[in-house]
Design a protein around this ligand. Structure first.
Ligand code: 3H9
Length: 661
């Protein structure tokens, strides 16, 4: 039979008396109004078509269905609504089988759950990631998933928002089978179901009481990671309600919760970040620049940062040449990289075979000439201008003319490093965050002379590592460290004005930061910033306000957690308020004749946010950051800013009419 269109993005064809309905709504087959109405029309058609004994639902391209269309949130709703479509599927008189060819996420997973059977392809995955958008599933996910896989697994999946791949989906009972041709196998399953009572997920009883301790443990695990966010707790409440409410009541409660959260500031913030993360790696006009293929990556320096970068490149399939100054240092670099890979095997993120494969692609050397094979060289040596310019000058004569040179400097001027080479157009900044094999964020620095093709290649490389690139221009500290310095300065001003480190940290932690700024400084160590301040002392504007408290602490040997004392004391490793620090602060206030006053947590946050936003606004004005969302993405992914607040620029916009944050 011919191909029948039901809407712009839904069409079908009869195969072996089963109607194969294909959703084709690029890029991710989201459930837009057009898809929903197309699905309804297809169901209507098959209901009255004697020649069709059942339906197979599948997605075009590499996704099954990526979920509700997030771009429709906040706009007037258009009928039919998704829960209606899903109820129609579940209640349908003929078998409906999902052929899950790729990701079935959010509403896409809910569609699959309501089908009478599910066949998965090798690239399939299931997930209800709604909590990551500050909402709960709104079309039956919290009610149907526990009926299929039990409370403990449902709390884990819905509460964390994580997706499961084919093997785990089958093990959990989410899928009836795996097939290389999921549509063919789904047609066969639909035939098998014909004439038999259909398996309607909504009427399944929730599997009998599991171990209550396991339920509590799953719940505690989710809540521990959801500091300050309400969606995960709401999702757990709804999942647990499946034991008490019937399907209709449960669906009504779920829908009401979904609608309430969808209109919350938490969801607006997380949706802002969803789109900002996808925009951050895009540069206007760059699409046309063809990027170079990067297969072999050289990493110069195998300290903590270099070895993390090497691991990241290895696990994403690159060949890596790690260069050190001596054969002994190269051997320890190799050991460090191997140990990081072993750790990934122990935590289940990598198989033993995967680790061996990575090691087979690793070469460690003390011979700079070996870098001739590299398509990209990333330097991760000591952050000193002379060291880096010397290295780049040397590399110039060694690497191929088409190799890209990247500097991982955090504070130095990459234009000055590029100027040491004969061809600065091939130099770009790649500012990784430590540990580089774990942290997603990479600031990709578009230097004054970086060629578009080099920038495009660097962006594609970072995306290929599975990381999150944010493009920025040259300034001291790029986006992240500029803003971090600005709000650290403001926090230190407040110390002089009357606040204590523990009060500022408590305000930040109550706002949603995992750790306050002084505790973070102690963790990182105070000596690097101290060295920078000493270097800058000669050129500092004598009229500018300068707080000496941190210098006094460093001079007293209080260099942070490592030395057992910093902004806090750490007896037995535990962060403790130290009266000695209070005394240093009080002495600094007295020396400047500052009358100390108290600060409320709201006032502290208001001043810190203002400092971040003022710096962010300056970065935008100077063209260092292209969009406010880029700043938000950097602060959330690199500096612990709570995602559910949407980043400093977003939060300031939301709070602009309020006196305090
Ligand atoms: C939901 O379903 C609620 C229901 O429970 C209840 C409803 C009643 N909508 O990530 P990519 C865009 S909530 C609109 O780079 P990948 C994205 O912005 C939803 N647009 O691709 C980007 O656009 P652009 C639950 C979407 O291959 C482009 O697609 N679902 C949506 O790396 C490519 O995206 C989710 O939370 C969407 N749902 O990864 C899933 N999804 O090119 C969210 C993507 O203009 N999506 N776009 O920048 C994902 O996790 C990934 O996109 C996916 C593909 C894994 C699907």
């Amino acid at each position: 039979m011919a191909h029948i269109p039901f809407s712009k993005s839904v069409s079908a064809r009869l195969r072996d008396s089963v109607f194969v309905v294909v959703i084709d709504n690029p890029p991710v087959n989201a459930l837009s109004a057009d898809v929903r109405s197309g699905l309804m029309a297809a169901l209507d058609h098959v209901a009255s078509l004697d020649a069709a004994t059942g339906i197979v639902l599948t997605g075009a391209g590499s996704t099954f269905i990526g979920g509700a269309d997030i771009k429709e949130f906040g706009k007037p709703s258009v009928e039919p609504m998704l829960p209606e479509v899903i109820e129609r599927i579940e209640a349908f008189g003929k078998p409906v089988v999902a052929a899950v060819n790729g990701a079935a996420l959010g509403g896409g997973c809910e569609v699959a759950l309501a089908c009478h059977g599910r066949i998965v392809g090798e690239k399939a995955s299931f997930g209800l990631p709604e909590v990551k958008l500050g909402i709960v599933p709104g079309a039956g996910g919290t009610q149907r998933l526990p009926r299929l896989i039990g409370l403990v697994a449902a709390i884990d999946l819905i509460g964390s928002g994580r997706a499961v791949k084919t093997g785990e989906a089958v093990a959990l009972g989410l899928a009836d089978g795996i097939a290389t041709d999921p549509v063919g196998a789904a047609i066969a399953l639909a035939h098998e179901f014909t004439g038999k009572p259909l398996r309607r997920t909504g009427v399944i009883c929730v599997p009998p009481a599991e171990d209550p301790a396991a339920v509590s443990a799953a719940e505690a695990k989710v809540l521990a990671k959801s500091r300050g966010q309400s969606a995960p707790a709401e999702a757990i409440r709804l999942v647990k309600a499946t034991g008490e409410l019937d399907l209709r009541q449960g669906l009504a409660e779920e829908r009401a919760t979904f609608l309430r959260l969808r209109d919350s500031s938490e969801s607006a913030a997380l949706r802002h970040i969803f789109f900002a993360e996808r925009a951050a790696g895009k540069v206007e006009g760059l699409d046309k620049a063809s990027s170079r293929k990067i297969e072999t990556v050289a990493v110069v320096g195998t300290g903590l940062m270099g070895s993390g970068i090497a691991v990241s490149a290895l696990t994403s399939g690159h060949r890596v040449i790690a260069l050190e100054q001596t054969p002994e240092a190269a051997a320890s670099g190799k050991a460090r990289i191997a140990e990081t890979l072993d750790k990934s095997v122990r935590s289940g993120r990598l198989t033993a075979g995967g680790r061996d494969d990575c090691l087979a692609r690793l070469q460690t050397t003390a011979e700079a000439k070996d870098l001739v094979k590299a398509d990209l060289v990333i330097e991760a040596v000591f952050d000193d201008l002379t060291v880096k310019t010397d290295l780049f000058r040397r590399l110039d004569g060694i690497v191929r003319a088409d190799a890209i040179l990247a500097t991982n400097t955090s504070y130095l001027n990459p234009d000055a490093i590029a100027a040491a080479t004969a061809d600065p157009s091939r130099v770009v900044g790649l500012h990784f965050f430590s540990p580089a094999n774990v942290m997603r964020l990479v600031e990709v620095v578009d230097c004054a002379k970086t060629a578009p093709e080099v920038l495009a290649s660097a962006l594609a490389f970072v995306k290929g590592l599975g990381k999150l690139p944010v493009v920025c221009g040259v300034t001291e500290g790029f986006i992240g460290n500029s803003i971090f310095s600005a709000y650290r300065r403001e926090a230190e001003f407040m110390l002089e004005d009357g606040a204590l480190p523990q009060e500022i940290d408590a305000a930040l932690e109550a706002y949603g930061f995992p750790m306050g700024i002084f505790a973070v400084n102690d963790m990182a160590g105070l000596e690097i910033a101290w060295a920078r301040r000493k270097r800058q002392a000669a050129t500092r504007d004598p009229a500018a306000r300068y707080v000496e408290i941190a210098d006094r602490l460093c001079e007293a040997g209080r260099l942070g957690h490592k030395s057992g004392r910093g902004w806090y004391a750490y007896p037995d490793g535990k962060r403790t308020i130290d009266p000695e620090v209070t005394a240093v602060i009080e002495a600094a206030r007295a020396a400047k004749n500052i009358a100390s006053r108290s600060f409320t947590p709201a006032e502290i946050m208001s001043r810190l946010l203002k400092a971040m936003v003022d710096e962010g606004t300056a970065l935008l004005a100077d063209g260092v950051a292209a969009r406010p969302g880029d700043i938000d993405v950097v602060m959330i992914n690199g500096y612990g800013f709570p995602a559910h607040r949407g980043g400093p620029m977003f939060a300031a916009e939301q709070n602009k009419d309020q006196p305090h944050a």
